[in-house]
Design a binder for this molecule. Sequence first.
Ligand SMILES: Cc1cc2nc3c(=O)[nH]c(=O)nc-3n(C[C@H](O)[C@H](O)[C@H](O)COP(=O)(O)O)c2cc1C
Length: 352
Amino acid sequence: MEATITDNSRALPEGHIQGQPLTALAPMQDVTDQPFMTVISECGSPDYFFTEYFRVHTQSNLEKHILRSITENETRRPVFAQMIGEDAFHLKRTVKQLQQYPIAGIDLNMGCPAPRVYKKNVGGGLLRDPKKVDTLLGELRDSCPGLFTVKMRIGFEDTRHFDQLLELINKHSIDLLSLHGRTVKEMYRSLVHYDCIKHAVEVANCPTLANGDVTSAKRAQEILAYTGAAGVMVGRHAIRNPWIFQQIRDLESGHTTNRITLAEVNTYVKRLYEMVSKPWASEKARVSKMKKYLNFVGQGVDSDGAFLHQARRAQTKVELFSICDEYMLSSENQYFADEPYEGLVARPNCEK
Ligand SMILES: Cc1cc2nc3c(=O)[nH]c(=O)nc-3n(C[C@H](O)[C@H](O)[C@H](O)COP(=O)(O)O)c2cc1C
């Protein structure tokens, strides 16, 4: 395949609206694939997309299903290719392969908290070893003529290396830092340390995207105001509310955001079913894949979680859709909650 990257400049791609904070869809394994990105873009794209991580090791090759989000990108927005690994030789080999495709840049995952991942000293495991991070960032920086970005957490079990890690971000001229304001050990549910994100914004020479519990456009504005970040990266709450990126732009432009009706959510759910589940998969597999998304969507449907309870038990498409219709179409202009209802937890809510 002919090399398609022509732009080796180190300027970040422009956002939708110049001067507004940047927005990005957080990479989520088994979620942010090409069809999901397309559905998100139909509701209002973020400025940037990131792929799920490409696993890098001695035998690795670019996973075809992840590559699709680059080669068949229909969002009209730039997509960064994320890698996870710890072997500089193979990471650089992968960078070379990825550079044959139309990517906005290369992103290194230094945050994945799954024990089976960090135990191999990759993802969040790297944060225990700043010396190793120094070597890896140095080698990768040299092999990336274009944008080289990092997504990380604030530390492994505490923030003892945080300042040193930020120094390395500067030393190796990283172009964009996406910072999830939790330690690896804090996984996904603790309070987010926005004070650490604010600190990173002050110290890092590159733009920082604030990540972690950006639950709504209003919350995004509060987090941006507090941290001074260049933008926000949204994960789980974009599964629940795919309109969030457009809502952030609306608020930033001084407009009120349109409230989303449950009827619109119903349309989104059905579109997701059509797009993200493989037509050749069994109905059981398709329904079970949908439940993964509904786990998040359900946090905004009804305050006592009855929708979630029933949807989790559906076995067939007809059953699932009739539960959706019952809760989302029963009366006109029922609104989807702007923030997730308290006490409703998506299970599972994290990467494996
Ligand atoms: C299901 C799931 C899969 C994830 N997969 C990845 C991944 O492949 N790469 C990565 O850097 N982070 C991954 N994350 C972490 C998210 O990108 C993000 O940092 C985290 O969910 C916090 O943001 P949120 O509160 O907006 O969801 C994943 C998170 C979830 C919930």
